[in-house]
Design a protein around this ligand. Structure first.
Ligand code: PMP
Length: 323
């Protein structure tokens, strides 16, 4: 779907996937005015096909657009585009229990213009690709690298938006994590470099010794994850206390040693919920839950995956049937 100032969104089309030509002076190539979403379509237990909370992705996409000075795509158009690509690509949705069709809606500034101001033209596209299980051979705890130098987002920045620029800014930190044998980066807050914000592509939760959960608050520097919100609501429904509050790196390190923090897990669309096993930085290294998969973490994971796959009741109305 295209957008032009004064005309609005127009020219919705379905085309076979192919390279798009782009003018060298397209605004996005210079100023990174681009936003995206990521979600999955699954085969359900009864053979149907569903998406998980796509209305939440539509809402976040609209918020990202606002932050990046882009025009809002109507939520109905966003949902319609996803339903359509799922119907067309229905034969590509893996049958397996863990596979899915990954959907990537995105929009970018397509105006051919080198001045610094919001573009007057945009292109919205959706691509889809089958993906297998995130973990082959069962869930494995991830290892994380606490980046000593890099921050992901500062107050007033774009941390709460899902824009390509945030990920570009994180690539050096991710390369550093990989060099140290870790799967993901842990970002600390940009001001005090003390509190945990989130991981490179996942939000983070801590299971405390009283069984309650703690997770960093949405203060504008972290992405408001849809999985994060789902975990909070699932845990609260089960009577578990969830506190959104700052958690410092010191609290995590000391808590892992004393038992005050029993488990830690990361969550996001790709891996759903994954235990964090090892935490490394230039100054220290420690394990959480003995480097294994904690009981509370794995329990929440099963509950959420069962709802997503239609194996358990969906009291929140999260499952959006397509076929
Ligand atoms: N934080 C970041 C930086 C992410 O890229 C993602 C993945 N979208 C998340 C958190 C988790 O968000 P969600 O649960 O909506 O996938």
């Amino acid at each position: 779907v295209r957008y032009a100032d004064g005309k609005g969104w127009y020219d919705a089309r379905v085309e076979a996937r192919a390279p798009i030509s782009i003018d060298p002076a397209s605004a996005v190539l210079h100023y990174a005015q681009e936003i995206f979403e990521g979600l999955k379509a699954y085969k359900m237990a009864d053979g149907g096909v569903a998406m998980f909370r796509p209305d939440a992705n539509a809402a976040r996409f609209a918020q990202s657009a606002q932050r990046m000075a882009m025009p809002a795509l109507p939520g109905a158009t966003f949902l319609q585009s996803l339903r359509e690509i799922i119907r067309i690509d229905r034969d590509w949705i893996p049958q397996s229990d863990e596979g899915s069709l990954y959907l990537r809606p995105f929009a970018y500034a397509s105006e051919v213009f080198l001045g610094v101001r919001p573009s007057l033209e945009y292109l919205y596209l959706v691509i889809a690709s089958p993906v297998g299980a995130y973990f082959s051979g069962g869930v494995k705890p991830v290892s994380v690298w606490v980046s000593p130098d890099y921050t992901r987002a500062a107050p007033g920045g774009t941390g709460a938006a899902k824009c390509g620029g945030n990920y570009a800014a994180g690539l050096s930190a991710q390369a550093e994590a990989i060099e140290h044998g870790c799967d993901q980066v842990v970002y600390l807050d940009a001001v005090q470099r003390k509190y945990i914000d989130e991981l490179g592509g996942m939000n983070v939760f801590f299971v405390l010794d009283d069984g309650s959960l703690a997770t960093p608050p949405l203060t504008g520097t972290i992405l408001p994850g849809i999985t994060r919100d789902s975990v909070i609501r699932l845990a609260e429904r089960a009577g578990r206390r969830v506190v959104e509050r700052p958690v410092s790196m010191d609290e995590w390190r000391e808590g892992a040693a004393s038992g005050a923090i029993r488990e830690a897990f990361a969550c996001g669309t790709a891996a759903v919920i994954t235990p964090i096993g090892t935490v490394k930085s230039p100054d220290f290294e420690f394990t959480v839950a003995g480097g294994g998969s904690g009981e509370v973490t794995m329990g929440l994971r099963k509950e959420l995956v069962d709802i997503q796959r239609g194996r358990a009741a969906d009291p929140f109305g999260w499952v959006h049937r397509v076929l």
